[in-house]
Design a protein around this ligand. Structure first.
Ligand code: G3H
Ligand code: 13P
Ligand code: NA
Ligand code: ZN
Length: 328
């Protein structure tokens, strides 16, 4: 059944676990997540970006979400819009049947330029008023995702701030978070702690100076009833990087957010963990391997099935690691 993000994360908070929010664009990704959730008995958050809507088309996305729930009637499903850049985008998703929307007012409507605090409060409050009137949850964002190593917004895939950011912009301030939640009424808040989108997050295994997990507890203490969200939370598995390279891909040395650090985040109050890149890496690795090893194969279903299995493997591992397995 479809449920709201608020309902799902309230249960997660009461029971001390976290839930991965996986980005979806196509049939195989949705099936991979749903099959892993069914096997693990886990609730799921399916999230679609503006890029997903452009890729699949609004009607296809909507009907695939319906198919997911029809095929797995016992699994609670949140359909969440990832990184809405304006109130208009959020309204479109609400009309389309999403049960949760992210108003990312940390950036202007171009989705690139860091905004003022007042702008962020204003757009987020407007979306929350409209969404709550129809039972839809809202995620806001305070602070900009970016690399504490380089000061770069680090947006190689076109989502998020562009250019140089200051250290302060890349770390959410706990007292400002409290004011933001009071003024906007959001259900969930994405925080900036040094993570960034995409495969190139860190040039080494991150330590506390470049991944500020310790800040989460201070933010949670100020807004205990608002669910914290970690974006840019792919772990960038070295095994999948090696498979991609072995079968002809070119991925430079890079590190993601270790699963143990996410687990520390969950202990400090994180409830929603956004993951897109890990599924991309696993699917690409699996497709490269299959097509390289079975050179006469030309049925795309073979490659897509391998990709689906690889994606499911990521989902299963995260459901177990984040504690949501068995909670459906
Ligand atoms: O937030 C970023 C997600 O990875 C979505 O990326 O815009 O390429 O769909 P996308
Ligand atoms: P990754 O690029 O680390 O998977 O992050 C995805 C994300 O934050 C989507 O909003
Ligand atoms: Na989101
Ligand atoms: Zn994100």
């Amino acid at each position: 059944a479809f449920i709201s993000l608020r309902q799902m994360l309230d249960h997660a908070a009461e029971n001390g676990y976290g839930i991965p929010a996986f980005n979806v664009n196509n049939l195989e990704q949705i099936q991979a997540i749903m099959e892993a959730a069914q096997a693990a008995d886990s609730p799921v958050i399916l999230q679609a970006s503006a890029g997903a809507r452009k890729y699949a088309g609004e009607a296809y996305l909507r009907h695939m979400m319906l198919a997911a729930v029809e095929s797995h009637p016992d699994i609670p499903v949140v359909v969440h819009q990832d990184h809405g850049t304006s109130p208009a985008v959020c309204i479109q998703s609400i009309r389309s049947g999403f049960t949760s929307v992210m108003m990312d007012g940390s950036l202007l409507a171009d989705g690139k330029t860091p905004s003022s605090y007042d702008y962020n409060v204003d757009v987020t409050r407007r979306v929350t008023e409209m969404a709550h009137a129809v039972g839809v949850s809202v995620e806001g964002e305070l602070g900009c995702l970016g690399s504490l190593e380089t000061g770069e917004a680090g947006e190689e895939d076109g989502v998020g701030a562009v250019g140089k950011l200051t250290h302060d912009m890349m770390l959410t301030d706990p007292l400002q978070a409290r004011d933001f939640v009071q003024q906007t009424g959001v259900d969930a808040l994405a925080i900036a702690i040094g993570t960034s989108h995409g495969a190139y997050k860190f040039t080494r295994k991150p330590t506390g100076d470049i991944l500020a997990i310790d800040r989460i507890a201070a933010i949670h203490a100020q807004i205990p009833n608002t669910h914290l969200v970690m974006h840019g939370s792919s772990s960038v598995p070295q095994e999948w990087l090696e498979i991609i390279r072995r079968f002809g891909g070119d991925i430079k040395e890079t590190y993601g957010v270790p699963v143990e650090e996410i687990q520390r985040g969950i202990q400090s109050g994180v409830r929603k963990i956004n993951i897109d890149t890990d599924i991309r890496l696993a699917m690409t690795g699996a497709m490269r391997q299959l097509l390289a090893e079975q050179r006469s194969e030309f049925d795309p279903r073979k490659a897509l099935l391998a990709a689906k299995k690889a994606a499911s493997g990521i989902c299963t591992a995260r459901f177990e690691a984040f504690g949501c397995a068995g909670q459906a």
